[in-house]
Design a protein around this ligand. Structure first.
Ligand code: PLP
Length: 356
């Protein structure tokens, strides 16, 4: 016999990610189409020699690299085992039963999981098409709202709000709301960054090495936090959260900005071609400022058929049921050959649908 798990754990669904078919290509997790920077890999290899030692709990070199690249104060930066760890730590520090979180209807699903783990309910706010609606978010914020989660650019929508619009949101929100702007795809949309808002004291900006830097397997994310918020969010974080090779790889990747910008440019070109192809095949794909495209089908059944056909052809896209968009599939931008195969498959799917 064991004790029953507490209700908020028992009530969560197990993490489910579709299995990759044999020999298939995963376009399901928004991973980079490119290997990490060679400089990152060399730095990680050098760090292996000190593997008997605990990693730096203050992430000093990594924070310096980030601060230098972005013109930030190293003291404002916290690093996580992926930005998911920081999202969990923010929820642990600011959410509890009786407090509420707020996010756009098609917002990143892990925000809701983190809130549920902390025992807080999440209110979903309708979007305008596939774009977060600032006015409705402002209307929906109440005295119980402790955290507003906003991925910008959005995942899975791929759409982006301007820094001006986010400033307008912040200025209209009450002081009891901590605004968390998750810029996991910010490198693909530099115009959208809102770091200057961190100085206000009521806003956090998150970034990750998992997408544009191609280090998803190393698990490194970071954020810019106001000092009082950083002090609290640090407490629930595991003190030795990021392995030394991962810290070294991330610092070197940050210092190799040219490699990252090249990745972003290659990705953006393939992404825009994918969206063009999707539209030609009758799918109203929104513009994307990320490394993926959202593909809306005519209905849930059509998306299911398309997902199955793609899978049979070795391409694994992510179904969007969990995001309130069951008629959509999300396609990560992969290498050129995979994108060519995806384009051909979308044409075939359209022919099949037209014939049926
Ligand atoms: C991918 C993603 C993350 C997770 O990043 P990790 O740093 O790998 O934990 C966070 N937020 C959004 C919106 C993402 O798409």
């Amino acid at each position: 016999m064991t004790p029953a798990p507490i209700a908020r754990i028992a009530g969560l669904a197990p993490y489910a990610l579709a299995d990759l078919p044999e020999g298939g290509v995963s376009l399901a997790q928004n991973e980079s189409l490119r290997a990490p920077s060679p400089q990152a890999l060399q730095a990680a290899a050098r760090a292996l020699r000190d593997g008997a030692l605990y990693p730096d709990p203050d992430w000093r070199d990594l924070r310096e690299a980030i601060a230098e690249a972005h013109g930030l104060d190293p003291a404002a930066i916290l690093c996580g085992a992926g930005s998911m760890e920081l999202i969990g730590a923010i929820a642990a520090a600011y959410l509890e039963p009786g407090r509420r979180a707020l996010q756009p209807a098609y917002g990143y699903a892990f925000f809701r999981t983190a809130g549920a783990l902390a025992g807080a309910a999440t209110d979903l706010v309708p979007e305008r098409g596939f774009t977060a609606d600032i006015d409705r978010l402002i209307e929906a914020a109440s005295s119980e709202t402790a955290v507003l989660w906003l991925a910008n650019p959005g995942n899975p929508t791929g759409t982006v709000l301007s820094a001006t619009e986010i400033l307008r949101l912040r200025e209209a929100l009450p002081g009891n709301v901590l605004l968390v702007v998750d810029e996991a795809y910010g490198e693909f949309a530099e115009a959208g960054t809102v770091w200057p808002l961190v100085a206000r004291g009521d806003t956090v900006v998150l970034r990750t090495f998992s997408k544009a830097y191609g280090l998803a397997g190393f698990r490194v994310g970071w954020g810019a936090f106001p000092p009082a918020v950083a002090r609290e969010v640090r407490k629930p974080i595991n003190p030795n959260n990021i392995s030394a090779p991962a810290q070294a790889a991330a610092a070197a990747a940050m210092r190799d900005g040219a490699y990252m910008r090249e990745t972003v440019a290659m990705t953006a070109a393939l992404r825009d071609r994918l969206i063009e192809t999707a539209r030609r095949e009758g799918l109203a794909a929104p513009e994307s400022a990320t490394n993926f495209a959202l593909l809306p089908f005519s209905d849930t059944a059509a998306a299911g058929r398309a997902g199955a056909m793609l899978r049979a052809g070795g391409l694994l896209l992510r179904g969007m049921d969990g995001y309130g968009l069951p008629h959509c599939l999300r396609a990560t931008v992969g290498r050129e050959d995979a994108m060519a195969a995806l384009g051909a498959a979308l044409a075939e799917i359209r022919e099949t649908e037209d014939a049926g």
